[in-house]
Design a protein around this ligand. Structure first.
Ligand code: PEP
Length: 259
């Protein structure tokens, strides 16, 4: 069991929030996270315009911050884009890349996701690389083929040293925002597969944190986090409510050595 392993819980606010409500949420999360054991790490990925706010309210707390996407370009005439370097000006830690909503609504290809991962790493950010299958793909028995190909495309562009610095999030598309989480067994099976895929690239990256995302809530988090290859969660809807997000962080704490 992974009950002795450290956990990482990261919120993905998606396109939610306004200055006043963010302040209350960030302050509550910072306060609550201060009571967690040291082997539970916590982060929030906010909409980019609120990065400075996250920095000013979270600096000095246990909570790290980041963004939900970065550009595949480093700089130049790319109107509307935000580079990974710009994000580091705000002392951010994380950049989510390849979220299924970006793959679906912004037509992001596996290759583009891999390039964005490279840009994030070059800038010193920790990319949280999302992979996941649709319901049709699962029902066709293609889950491993789909998530394996998504991960391989990223790994192919990275050295072993670079790959050791990523985080991978398994987020079945059918479980995101639907209230229908994967069962702990379903999630663990895919995580074990992904762990094997990472280990095949190099022993150094077998320990890359593997987060589960998809309708994680206070009442299902602990069972998910107790699975051998689940190192924490990427939390969407429930990260917008301080009490739910902190309850999920506490569920993670219950599964670690110090918890
Ligand atoms: C997500 O968007 O990354 C996510 C996991 O969403 P939710 O928790 O709302 O399913």
């Amino acid at each position: 069991m992974s009950t002795q392993r450290a956990k990482l819980v990261v919120g993905n606010w998606k396109m939610h929030g306004r200055l006043a409500e963010n302040a209350a949420l960030l302050q509550a999360v910072a306060k609550g996270a201060g009571e967690l054991p040291a082997d539970v790490r916590v982060g929030v990925c906010v909409p980019t315009p609120y990065l400075a706010q996250a920095q000013s309210l979270l600096d000095g707390s246990r909570v790290m911050w980041g963004v939900q996407d970065v550009s595949a370009f480093t700089q130049g005439a790319y109107t509307g884009e935000v580079s990974a370097q710009m994000v580091t000006d705000f002392a951010a830690t994380f950049a989510i890349v390849g979220h299924s909503e970006r793959r679906a609504y912004h037509r992001e290809s596996a290759d583009l996701v891999a390039v964005k991962t490279q840009r994030a790493l070059e800038a010193g950010l920790t990319p949280i690389v999302c992979v996941g299958e649709t319901l049709d793909e699962r029902e066709a028995g293609a889950t491993e083929q789909v998530v394996g190909a998504q991960l391989d495309e990223v790994l192919a562009k990275l050295s072993v040293q670079e790959a050791a610095r990523i985080v991978v999030a398994y987020e079945p598309v059918w479980a995101i925002g639907t209230g229908k989480s994967a069962t702990a067994g379903q999630a663990q099976a895919v995580h074990a597969f992904l762990r094997g895929r990472l280990a095949a690239k190099g022993a150094e990256i077998a320990g890359v944190p593997l987060l589960y995302g998809g309708s994680v809530k206070p009442d299902n988090a602990e069972e998910l986090f107790r699975q051998q290859d689940i190192d924490g969660g990427l939390i969407g809807g429930a990260s917008l409510k301080d009490q739910d997000f902190l309850a999920i962080c506490k569920a993670a704490a219950a599964t670690t050595a110090a918890g």
